[in-house]
Design a protein around this ligand. Structure first.
Ligand code: NI
Length: 157
């Protein structure tokens, strides 16, 4: 595994819709492992492939000490709404209020290429929405309700 450089806001790749992966290959799993290592190094809880300069539909996340990798993630159920503070590893030192669904079901492929469904609520639901947004070229500043004060720092996503 290797720590990759995180792409920062201003790079057009962050505003681009990422491409679906046709299948889960060893090469893509290696990229996913690099993303996890990069995310841990940056003290983040989620990372999307465009954030390391790869425009493919792949996200990684870890909110409960269980590293996960998901290819072609799609939200298939959603409910509830909550406004809370988010940061982003590609947008250093900014913390903003964003409205998200509180409960989700997400479908995608795991690192073995198997179709999986993940039920999520709370922080995990928020992280999944944040990372899937990255795959559609959407950043938290696009969804910002208002700027948060820096004292309410949270872990980057
Ligand atoms: Ni982000």
């Amino acid at each position: 595994m290797a720590v990759r450089e995180i792409v920062l806001i201003g790079d057009p790749i962050l505003e681009k819709k990422a491409e679906k992966v046709p299948s889960v290959t060893k090469k893509l799993v290696k990229i996913g492992n690099d993303m996890l290592e990069t995310m841990y190094e940056a003290n983040g809880v989620g990372l999307a492939a465009p954030q390391i300069g790869i425009s493919r539909r792949l996200i990684v996340f870890d909110v409960d000490e269980e590293p996960r990798m998901l290819f072609n993630p799609v939200i298939i159920k959603q409910s509830g709404e909550e406004i809370d503070v988010e940061g982003c590893l590609s947008i250093p030192e900014r913390w903003v209020y964003v409205k998200r669904f509180t409960e989700l079901e997400v479908a995608g492929l795991n690192e073995k290429g198997r179709q999986v469904r993940i039920k999520a609520e709370g922080l995990l639901a928020r992280v999944l929405q944040h990372e899937i947004d990255h795959l559609d070229g959407i950043l938290i500043l696009d969804r910002m309700i208002e700027e948060a004060v820096t004292e309410t720092k949270k872990e980057g996503e």
